[in-house]
Design a protein around this ligand. Structure first.
Ligand SMILES: *[C@@H]1O[C@H](CO)[C@@H](O)[C@H](O)[C@H]1NC(C)=O
Ligand SMILES: *[C@@H]1O[C@H](CO)[C@@H](O)[C@H](O)[C@H]1NC(C)=O
Ligand SMILES: *[C@@H]1O[C@H](CO)[C@@H](O)[C@H](O)[C@H]1NC(C)=O
Ligand SMILES: *[C@@H]1O[C@H](CO)[C@@H](O)[C@H](O)[C@H]1NC(C)=O
Ligand SMILES: *[C@@H]1O[C@H](CO)[C@@H](O)[C@H](O)[C@H]1NC(C)=O
Ligand SMILES: *[C@@H]1O[C@H](CO)[C@@H](O)[C@H](O)[C@H]1NC(C)=O
Ligand SMILES: *[C@@H]1O[C@H](CO)[C@@H](O)[C@H](O)[C@H]1NC(C)=O
Length: 673
């Protein structure tokens, strides 16, 4: 057996690689090199070191397996020794002129550069350790991408890096054919083999980098150089090798030969023995494959763009019409109206369809797409999650309330932070437009008396006509809507609950409108049928006198409540003088007197003295007689009732139509429908 080996030995060509001691080595091709490889790096069958292939966002490392002794104390003096290295490389981009990302010669304490990242980091460093002197990294980069972050000069440069990817010095790739000749530019991405020479002189601490096309002699002048004392950078033991990375674009990074030497010029490479570097991705057959693949890719991307566009628009549409629906809402299913329908009905909440805005939100007119029914959509912003469940349950039950004197709630829809209530549309809008704004012709007595009876009937239904008592909480002229025949209908019933539910349960939160708020509310904070009756009383006086419950046009001193005014007239014996002068005296005095007195009775400060809505309806319909009253029986406490209780809290400057809450917030409301 040993004999056989001896016989065979002469036929073995000496290995093309000759690895000597750790202070000097040369590889003319890497077939038996024993390099320490990681990432994508591998040795090809013909002996090329391929650091990366076309895989994107990847890196490859190839280091000499043994450390180089950079021991400062050994050898001559106390500085890092001089060294010299040369290698032949080629960068073959996947697509012409689109490089990714580059190649570097590196001297590092690590063979595998732990934590290093691909793409612009070149497999050398990462964002967090870039620039840190504890990297002990020296590199010469051959970079084919301009990274602004690292102050790269272009997408075709050589740079000297110490601990950082921001080069100490860099230059566009090229060379001087001779000392006298002009600079000849070279393209790193041309795929041609190029040779690099790196020399470090310990005495001058100068690092020179030269580059030239392979088979061209070493240029006299360096392409880039830096003065950097490597004794301050290098450790005693360092590894030398290569790193390369790909990013969004990719290149094949090849090294075909490498020579290194400590303290002396690196042995020259035997260029004729270096394995040849395939320039294009493959053979001719391959290129036609590339064309087909490229075409297929183009087609595929087009399709992808199309699909993505469609998905994008679907998503946008879905988002636009996205609703909030929770399990507990299932039982209210029939009362839910899809947002798309509401959106279509109001033409996307077009400003032209806006018919009112106020404390509860904006109101839009719309026409439901299927039924062609005219609707009013109340858009209420509601960001408090708390209480929405109770509120929706109430809304849903309210849409079961049916009475000819209630504005019919048709359904609701809930979106993120928004609640939409859909009602029957009321042609003539709110009553206050007729009473105060002067835009509409003045209502006759008969019309007013009819509206009064309508509202009373609606309120009676809320209080008594249904399985549970519904408190309106905010009766006033602006919440009474008129249909095309001027029938009065109560709207917004129960809406005040929304504010109630959303508020902190520890603080009482009175909702309503100043002038319509029963005095006991400021003490108990609890809305009752009696406080509704109080507000109804204010409404009676309002509609008969054609004035708001508290006159804001008056100066602060003589700002008197409507209740007080009417009581004054009554004391003078002519209560009907309080009647709206717009009616020019043509009214039924008997009825007017009844309504005014009823208004005062309903406004009584003592809740128990106020009639119930059933009684109110009976008095108005003359099926029962109102109890006899004298102005004296009321006047003692009227002032207190009308607004002292509130003026203490809110000051007499409060506008009459301010919405009042006990936490002193008020906002002007001009709700109309
Ligand atoms: C690149 O090399 C890796 C590891 O050698 C291999 O798994 C991968 O398939 C190669 N990719 C391409 C595109 O050649
Ligand atoms: C390859 O290098 C490693 C690390 O220096 C060494 O342990 C191993 O013996 C080497 N193998 C060969 C075949 O040279
Ligand atoms: C460096 O060299 C000095 C002197 O030759 C030696 O004493 C020391 O152990 C060496 N240090 C290392 C880390 O090799
Ligand atoms: C960066 O590299 C260092 C090693 O130099 C490593 O410890 C660190 O975890 C890396 N950071 C990131 C974010 O990868
Ligand atoms: C440099 O790296 C060391 C070790 O990883 C770390 O302790 C130090 O905080 C880093 N310095 C800076 C400025 O990031
Ligand atoms: C950069 O390198 C060039 C070429 O060697 C040299 O002329 C120039 O002085 C260097 N610049 C710095 C800042 O080192
Ligand atoms: C380089 O640094 C080392 C260690 O700090 C020092 O001993 C040496 O004198 C420096 N060399 C030059 C040329 O400044």
């Amino acid at each position: 057996m040993p004999l056989l080996l001896f016989l065979l030995l002469p036929f073995f060509t000496p290995p093309p690689i000759h690895a000597t001691a750790a202070s000097e080595f040369i590889f003319n091709g890497f077939t038996t090199s024993n390099l320490s490889l990681n990432g994508l790096a591998h040795i090809t069958s013909n002996g090329l070191l391929l650091l990366t292939n076309d895989t994107k966002e990847a890196l490859g490392h190839a280091f000499y397996p043994a450390p180089i002794n950079f021991n400062k104390s050994s050898g001559s003096g106390s500085a890092t020794p001089s060294f010299s290295t040369t290698f032949v490389f080629a960068i073959v981009p996947q697509y012409p002129d689109v490089g990714g990302h580059g190649l570097a010669f590196a001297i590092s304490p690590w063979k595998d550069l732990p934590g290093s990242m691909p793409s612009q980091h070149l497999g050398l460093l990462n964002d967090s350790d870039n620039g840190n002197s504890s990297n002990h990294l020296i590199a010469v980069e051959l970079d084919t991408v301009k990274t602004i972050e690292y102050k790269d000069i272009d997408n075709n440069h050589v740079g000297i890096d110490v601990n950082s990817l921001i080069s100490l010095n860099s230059s566009t790739v090229g060379y001087y054919k001779s000392t006298m000749s002009a600079f000849t530019k070279l393209n790193l991405m041309a795929g041609d083999p190029l040779q690099v020479w790196i020399n470090y002189d310990a005495d001058s601490t100068r690092l020179d980098v030269r580059l030239a096309p392979a088979k061209t002699p070493k240029p006299a002048a360096p392409l880039v150089s830096s003065t950097v004392n490597l004794s301050r950078v290098a450790l005693n033991e360092m590894y030398v090798g290569f790193s390369a990375s790909t990013g969004a674009g990719s290149s094949r990074h090849y090294v075909s030969g490498w020579s290194f030497s400590l303290d002396g010029e690196a042995q020259a490479l035997d260029l004729s023995r270096l394995p040849s570097i395939p320039k294009k991705s493959d053979t001719k057959k391959g290129s036609s494959v590339v064309v087909i693949v490229a075409l297929a890719l183009a087609g595929f991307s087009l399709l992808l763009i199309l699909v993505l566009t469609i998905l994008f628009f679907c998503h946008k549409r879905r988002k636009r019409f996205q609703e909030v629906k929770e399990d507990w809402e299932l039982e209210y299913g029939p009362h839910r109206i899809p947002y798309v329908e509401i959106y279509k009905a109001t033409k996307g909440f077009d400003e032209a369809n806006l018919v009112g805005s106020g404390g509860f939100g904006r109101v839009y007119k719309g026409v439901m797409p299927k039924s062609r029914a005219e609707v009013a959509v109340k858009r209420i912003s509601h960001d408090s999650k708390q209480g929405i469940r109770e509120f929706v349950s109430e809304i849903a039950s309210m849409s079961r309330l049916r009475h000819r004197n209630l504005v019919q709630l048709l359904g609701y829809c809930r979106r993120q932070g928004e609640l939409l209530l859909v009602y029957d549309f009321m042609m003539n809008g709110s009553l206050d437009r007729f009473l105060f704004e002067g835009k509409e012709p003045s209502l006759s007595w008969d019309q007013r008396f009819k509206i009064i009876k309508d509202v009373a009937a609606g309120l009676l239904y809320l209080h008594e006509g249904w399985e549970q008592v519904v408190i309106h909480r905010d009766i006033k002229a602006s919440n009474i809507l008129l249909d095309d025949n001027l029938n009065g209908k109560l709207s917004d019933f129960g809406l005040a609950r929304l504010y109630d539910h959303g508020s902190n349960p520890k603080t009482t939160h009175i909702v309503g409108t100043l002038g319509y708020l029963a005095p006991e509310l400021s003490k108990t904070g609890k809305a009752t049928t009696c406080s509704d009756v109080f507000a109804f009383g204010a409404f009676l006086l309002e509609i008969v006198c054609g004035r708001r419950p508290i006159d804001i046009s008056a100066s602060n001193e003589d700002m008197t409540g409507l209740v007080e005014l009417v009581a004054e007239w009554w004391k003078k014996g002519r209560i009907v003088d309080a009647v709206d002068p717009n009616m020019k005296g043509s009214f039924n005095e008997e009825e007017a007197e009844l309504v005014l007195k009823l208004g005062l009775l309903c406004s009584h400060p003592e809740p128990t003295t106020r009639p119930s809505m059933r009684q109110v309806v009976q008095y108005l319909g003359s099926s029962a007689r109102m109890p006899d009253m004298s102005p004296a029986s009321l006047s003692g406490s009227i002032r207190f009732a009308s607004f002292d209780a509130f003026s203490n809290d809110f000051g007499a400057s409060c506008p009459s139509t301010a919405e009042v809450t006990s936490d002193h917030q008020s906002s002007t409301r001009t709700d109309s429908h």
